[in-house]
Design a protein around this ligand. Structure first.
Ligand code: ADP
Ligand code: MG
Length: 292
């Protein structure tokens, strides 16, 4: 049977927008010593917008953007949405891709008007054997600003870099400071590149970052922290985060996130704000004090 103080805490949580699916989550939350937060959509708003177009010589910026938008049109990734929106705003003609493949956690490969177009991270181009040196300076420059660079190759030739930027949620830095003040280690985990991740982490006061994590390895990172004897909470919003949310001692889903993330979690934070994690831990700590 669930102790009365946990039942009361569950009710209090519900009134503050913290939906607890499984009461045992509140019995565990007071023991959490590590919180892993996903970057995109959790620490940030997850609605990136286009900021830069840096074509290599021979390409025009609008021409590059139109090609990239054609390649990204069938992708469901928020990065793709930012590209397609920017092309529409500029009134560019976006052709239909005749073939499209998405490589999870890396990018897209499409056939556009007879050209083969790759848009994605360094790993995507490298695994296709396309040299990225000519794009490296722009990639690093954008990433250092906390933007996400996407490399573009057309018919196996590097064509440029486009960058998008996401904004940090207003409450993220305060929530991370509150967790740290409670003696909890905060770790940010993302598929995004190391430099971008470090810039965002600095902005919100996270000292530990695990970047360039492939979607299928997020759960393994949680397991690795647990094997150090840590009690680990995971906060995430995406399809990519679902296995990690399930693996964590307490999984907390952002309420504005995907259904699969919510279904894989013990707790849903309706507001979508990281401060909900602090509230959940405080409720659990107070409830467990009444029991012991
Ligand atoms: P996150 O952990 O931030 O949700 P993902 O695992 O979805 O990131 O993606 C990791 C990286 O793969 C992105 O930062 C981006 O560089 C690249 N990528 C993923 N999807 C796309 C796409 N549709 N277009 C271009 N690049 C992409
Ligand atoms: Mg996310």
């Amino acid at each position: 049977a669930t102790p009365l103080s946990i039942t009361i805490a569950t009710g209090k949580g519900a009134r503050s927008g913290i939906l607890v699916r499984d009461a045992t989550a509140l019995e565990t939350a007071h023991r959490l010593d590590t919180i892993v937060v996903d970057k995109t959509g959790t620490v940030t708003n997850g609605r990136p917008v286009l900021t830069d177009i840096a074509p290599v010589s021979g390409f025009d910026a609008n021409q590059l953007l139109a090609l990239v938008a054609s390649a990204e049109r069938d992708s469901e990734h928020p990065l793709a949405q930012a590209i397609v929106d920017a092309a529409a705003e500029r009134g560019l003609h976006v052709a239909d891709a005749t073939s499209f493949d998405s490589v999870t956690g890396q990018g897209v490969v499409a056939q556009v008007g007879g050209s083969n177009v790759l848009v994605g991270n360094r790993r995507l181009l490298a695994s296709a054997g396309i040299p990225v040196e000519v794009l490296a300076d722009d990639l690093e420059r954008f990433a250092a600003d906390g933007k996400t660079p996407m490399l573009v190759a057309v018919d196996r030739v590097p064509a440029g870099v486009v960058a998008v930027a996401d904004t940090v949620k207003p409450g993220s830095a305060a929530a991370i400071a509150d967790l740290t003040a409670r003696g909890i280690d905060v770790v940010m985990m993302t598929g995004d590149n190391r430099t971008t991740a470090a810039a965002v982490a600095r902005e919100v006061g996270v000292r530990r970052v695990v970047a360039e994590v492939r979607p299928q390895h997020k759960a393994r990172e949680i397991e690795r922290l647990q094997s150090e004897g840590r009690v680990v909470g995971m906060v995430g919003d995406g399809i990519n985060d679902a296995p990690a949310l399930a693996q964590a001692d307490v999984g907390l889903a952002i309420g504005t996130g995907t259904d699969i993330a919510i279904e894989s979690s013990d707790v849903t934070l309706i507001s979508g704000e990281l401060s909900g994690v602090v509230t959940a831990i405080d409720l659990s700590r107070a409830a467990m004090r009444n029991i012991h």
